[in-house]
Write a protein that binds this ligand. Structure first.
Ligand SMILES: N[C@@H](CCC(=O)N[C@@H](CS)C(=O)NCC(=O)O)C(=O)O
Length: 218
């Protein structure tokens, strides 16, 4: 019997961050979509997460909130997921640093634009949108410089899990500029991974609901 379940939504960036490590490690789990047709799933998330957000992982008796912590939980408990966190402590610290960079400065600035569009679809607050755009560009340039001096783990790791949704949606909101070719390549390489392609494909149905409209690509 499967006692593992991930609560989330197929179009949600942070849900992808929880799905990618589950797909990569081959662990069996139920996907419990949070939506109007599954009020019990939404209630569970509201009761489990301090801000009512998803993803939430249930693994036996454990309830794990926050996508990063879901990755850490899987890596700590299952040998087939151990490589999500580099075994070398310094490499692990670097991977966790990048996880924070993708969440806070790519995803975070992208969400500023999305929230402004949700708050007012006709006339999103221009100051919020501009702050989000400039934040994204600054983050892209920081990552570009970092990639010029450092290598990423070659396999699916915590960095991949954080980079995939943030670069996927970030580029929709503010295109990765041509003076960031390494970031452009990283996005393309990550989107080609089967675990990530599966998330992208499963979310296609919801594209018409992307605040402000989804671009006709990817
Ligand atoms: N810090 C959280 C962020 C989770 C998050 O922002 N989830 C969004 C979906 S991508 C959500 O639950 N939105 C619905 C809501 O806030 O009601 C994490 O890392 O898991």
């Amino acid at each position: 019997m499967v006692t593992r379940a991930l609560y989330g939504h197929p179009f949600s960036s942070y849900t992808w961050k929880g799905l990618i490590p589950l797909y990569a490690s081959g662990l069996e789990f139920d996907f419990r979509e949070v939506g109007p047709d599954q009020p019990d799933h939404a209630s569970f998330v509201q009761a489990s997460h301090p801000a009512g957000k998803y993803p939430v992982l249930v693994d036996g008796d454990a309830v794990v909130v926050e996508a990063t912590s879901i990755i850490e939980h899987l890596a700590a408990h299952y040998p087939q997921a151990a490589s999500l966190i580099p075994s070398d402590p310094q490499e692990a610290a670097t991977a966790r640093m990048l996880d924070r960079v993708f969440d806070n400065y790519v995803m975070g600035n992208g969400q500023r634009i999305v929230m402004a569009r949700i708050a007012n679809a006709e006339a999103p607050d221009p100051a919020e949108v501009e702050a989000g755009r400039q934040g994204l560009l600054r983050a892209y340039r920081w990552i570009e410089e970092w990639l010029g001096k450092n290598d990423l783990p070659a396999h699916v790791s915590i960095v991949t899990c954080a980079a995939a949704p943030s670069l996927f949606y970030g580029d929709w909101l503010e295109r990765i500029p041509d003076d960031c070719p390494r970031v452009q390549s990283l996005r393309a390489e990550i989107l080609a991974l089967p675990e990530v392609a599966r998330c992208v494909d499963d979310a296609r149905y919801f594209r018409p609901y992307f605040p402000g409209g989804a671009p006709d690509r990817d």
